[in-house]
Structures are given as structure tokens and as C-alpha cells.
Design a protein around this ligand. Structure first.
Ligand SMILES: Nc1ncnc2c1ncn2[C@@H]1O[C@H](COP(=O)(O)OP(=O)(O)OP(=O)(O)O)[C@@H](O)[C@H]1O
Length: 430
């Protein structure tokens, strides 16, 4: 009788949790790449590590894989500390963005490679390779060489090679980043579905928020090696704990504006300097009278105000209309003071945003009736951005013209406010 060793292992170990406990990595040059990160990917969970470039995502993966030694803290697999275990004994399969397929081996030989180095019989290797190729829909490719494959096919072969050993966990480091956008979107669901079908605990690294949002059971957002927030995608998006998380998650980019709260008789307003947003008189932010705040506004908090709209509004001048087909992204200059990157801690504004900010040298905002006179904190380095822009999605049927003044309805339930430290001001009425 032939016993399938791998199936036995899976049955004995089952699906396992992968965890880090105060994991810290300081490289020899003093770089603190990972700073006391405690995270758990539950058994069978698809956990995505998300953050800007350099935030320590790959280093966490390498520490979990055993390719780097932690400076402090621990890695746990199935509740057991594995710090002493060499990489190969951790039974975790890693897939990198470059796949690292052997160019002179066929697809079948590439997939079977991890089994052959364990001296399994040719019959067993072949059976397992065929099984995995079938699972991934790549059986027709088995005789080809990697050079004859498309990017997406190569990616599937790399996944096949990772699962052939029936690992206890997958560690995937931006495995889709070398593919074009269309294929990436297609493979996203494939990879997530495969991991779920196999029930394998997965740590998936990406800096692409839409990838994280569509694939993850939970997302862990990192900044400079420090864990900011962990939760299901919709929770992290809708209920960000910090200004950084609110700013990092948002397509189009979340707008950040400086403001102050004023509660005056039966009025409660957010004073942006150039204008005020009138809030309902019983709005809980009333308790924050005179506080300086940062307002994070995403496109989904704004709509062009219909005639006679009675709720909170924000107005501004149309500066840019980006056509997306059935709708357009309309960039509206509110005259308010944008939040500096030093305060938001969002260190990598994209090039188009920067390019738009710089040439539009224009003094930001004037003093309002409530006396909020926004100025940049003198201790903050760098040149302040000059345009307090918000972005709204508008159906093509009702597009405004450039330089037109438009009024936007603000969804109060989607107002995200943050204090001077970047911590969320939670409004109990939400
Ligand atoms: N061997 C090393 N020696 C010194 N510093 C390193 C080393 N490897 C990584 N770093 C630094 O550690 C920090 C985290 O790097 P890491 O590769 O983990 O980031 P990342 O979030 O995966 O970024 P990316 O998305 O660009 O891959 C960075 O500042 C990086 O420059």
C-alpha cells in the first residue's frame, strides 16, 4: 500500500496559525525595519500586510520564513516558537515577485523540484505534479520551458511549485507585481481562491491597496515597521484608527484638510479657514470646541449637492476633470489648507499629486468668521503644499466646467476627523 506522506502530515498538523510576537528587526546599519510587530494569521486565514515601500513588509515575511533572524521577539507556528528552526523545517512556502523558476527545467520539472530534492520517487513526484497542475489549470504547460510562458502562466507555475510540498503556510511577497494591470486583477482572485480552497494560512505582502482590499480576510497596515491597524478590509477602510491609515487607503487619494471645530450657540462648524462646513447642531464633535483637527475626505463622502440641498456642504473651484468613461473624477480646490505629509505621515505622495501641488503657487486660505487662520506648524520641515483639493465622482451627464464653482454635499457619517497626534477623533454618534 502506498501511503501519501503529505496528506498524513496535513491531517496530523491540520491548518495552523502563523504569528509574530513583538517581532523586531534592526539591521546592522541601524535601520529599524520591523518594530515590535505582534500579528496573528489565524488557521486558514488570508492576512495581507499592506504599507508603502520600505515599511518592513518583506522583512516580516523573511523573518517568518526563517531567512532572517529577529533582533528581538518571536515567530510562532501553530502556537510553537520556531525561532530555532531553520527555514526548511518551518514548512512554509514562499513565492516572490520574480518567481525564480529554473529556466532550463520544464514546468513539470520546476514544480517537482522541491520533491526531488527530498528524494521522492519519480512516480510519486509525477503524480503530485499532475495533481497540482490540475488544481491550477496548467496541465497543458507541463512540457514547456519557463521562457515560453506568459507572466501570468509563470506566476501560476511558481504557485504550483509552492503548494506541491503541501506547506503549512504560504508567504507571498508581491507575487503579482510584475504583471500588467488586467492580468493582476484576474490573478488576484485566482490566488486568493486557491489559498482558501487549500485552506492554507497565508501572509501576503503588497503595497497595492486594491489588491489588499479584494484579497484579504484581514489587512495589517504598516508604517515604518510599526503596525498601525489590523482588521477586515471594510473596517480598516471605513473606520481608520489613524490619519496615516485614512490617508493611505483611498482611491482616488484621500484629501486631508486642516480645520478647527467651533460650537457657537446652536451651530457646530468645521472651520477650514476658507469656508466652514456646517454640521448638525447636535453633532458630537461639539464637545471638541476650538480643537484643531485634520479632516480626511474621500470621494465617497462627497457628491455634487442637488438644488435645495439642506445638509452640510463644501464648495470650491473645479481645477481638473479626469474622465474615467461612465464617470469622471472632479478635483475641486476648496481654498482650505492641505495637511502636510509630515503631519499625515504619508511620506510618498505620488508624482502627479506632487506635480499638481508645486506649480499652483497660491496663498492658501483666508481667515473666516470663526477666526481659524490656518498656518503650517513652523517646526514642520519642507515646503507646504498649496492647494486644499478634494475629489468627487461625477456622472458624465452632469460634468461641471473647469473653473466653475461647485457645491458638494458632505456625508456627515463619512467625515473622518483626527487630532493633532494623528489619532482618530471617534464620534460616538457614528
Ligand atoms: N539587509 C538590509 N540591510 C539594511 N537595511 C535593510 C535591509 N533590508 C531591508 N532594509 C531596510 O529595511 C526597511 C524595510 O525594508 P522591506 O524590504 O522590509 O520593506 P518593504 O515594505 O517590503 O518595501 P518594498 O515594498 O519596497 O519591498 C527599508 O528601510 C529597507 O531599506
Amino acid at each position: 500500500m502506498v501511503i501519501d506522506v503529505h496528506h498524513c502530515v496535513r491531517e496530523v498538523f491540520g491548518v495552523v496559525a502563523i504569528a509574530t510576537d513583538s517581532l523586531t528587526k534592526v539591521f546592522d546599519d541601524g535601520t529599524v525595519a520591523v518594530d515590535q510587530v505582534s500579528l496573528t494569521a489565524g488557521a486558514g486565514e488570508f492576512l495581507v500586510l499592506l504599507g508603502p515601500t520600505g515599511c518592513g513588509k518583506s522583512t516580516i515575511l523573511r523573518l517568518v520564513a526563517g531567512l532572517e533572524a529577529p533582533s528581538a521577539g518571536h515567530v510562532l507556528i501553530d502556537g510553537q516558537v520556531v525561532d530555532h528552526l531553520p527555514s526548511r523545517e518551518r514548512r512554509l512556502a514562499m513565492v516572490f515577485q520574480d518567481y525564480a523558476l529554473y529556466p532550463h527545467l520544464t514546468v513539470a520539472q520546476n514544480i517537482g523540484f522541491p520533491l526531488r530534492v527530498r528524494h521522492e520517487t519519480a512516480t510519486d513526484v509525477s503524480a503530485r505534479v499532475n495533481e497540482v497542475a490540475g488544481q491550477l489549470g496548467i496541465t497543458p504547460l507541463l512540457r514547456k520551458l519557463p521562457g515560453a510562458l506568459s507572466g501570468g502562466e509563470r506566476q501560476r507555475v511558481a504557485m504550483a511549485r509552492a503548494i506541491v510540498r503541501q506547506p503549512l503556510g504560504f508567504l507571498l511577497d508581491e507575487p503579482l507585481s510584475n504583471l500588467d494591470a488586467g492580468l493582476r486583477a484576474e490573478l488576484r482572485s485566482d490566488v486568493a481562491a486557491l489559498a482558501r480552497r487549500l485552506g492554507v494560512t497565508t501572509l501576503y505582502v503588497t503595497h497595492d491597496q486594491s489588491e489588499a482590499m479584494t484579497m484579504a480576510d484581514r489587512v495589517a497596515v504598516l508604517r515604518r515597521g510599526v503596525l498601525q491597524q489590523v482588521g477586515p478590509p471594510e473596517q480598516v477602510y471605513n473606520d481608520p484608527a489613524t490619519l496615516f491609515v485614512a490617508a493611505f487607503l483611498g482611491t482616488p487619494r484621500t484629501s486631508l484638510l486642516e480645520g478647527a471645530v467651533y460650537a457657537d450657540g446652536d451651530r457646530v462648524v468645521l472651520d477650514l479657514g476658507s469656508q466652514v462646513i456646517e454640521l448638525p447642531a447636535d453633532h458630537p464633535v461639539r464637545a471638541r470646541h476650538t480643537d484643531r483637527v485634520t479632516l480626511a475626505l474621500r470621494a465617497d463622502a462627497l457628491t455634487p449637492a442637488p438644488p435645495g440641498h439642506g445638509g452640510p456642504t463644501l464648495s470650491g473651484t473645479v481645477r481638473l476633470v479626469e474622465h474615467l468613461g461612465h464617470e469622471a473624477l472632479v478635483h475641486v480646490d476648496t481654498g482650505a489648507l492641505p495637511t502636510s505629509t509630515e503631519r499625515s505621515r504619508l511620506e510618498v505622495p505620488d508624482a502627479p499629486t506632487l506635480a499638481r501641488m508645486r506649480p499652483a503657487a497660491r496663498p492658501a486660505t483666508a481667515k473666516t468668521e470663526y477666526g481659524f487662520y490656518p498656518v503650517y506648524d513652523p517646526e514642520l520641515p519642507g515646503e507646504p503644499p498649496t492647494v486644499g483639493e478634494v475629489v468627487v465622482r461625477v456622472p458624465v451627464a452632469g460634468l461641471p466646467r473647469l473653473d466653475e464653482t461647485i457645491t458638494l454635499a458632505v456625508d456627515v457619517d463619512r467625515l473622518l476627523l483626527f487630532d493633532r497626534t494623528g489619532a482618530r477623533i471617534r464620534l460616538s454618534a457614528r
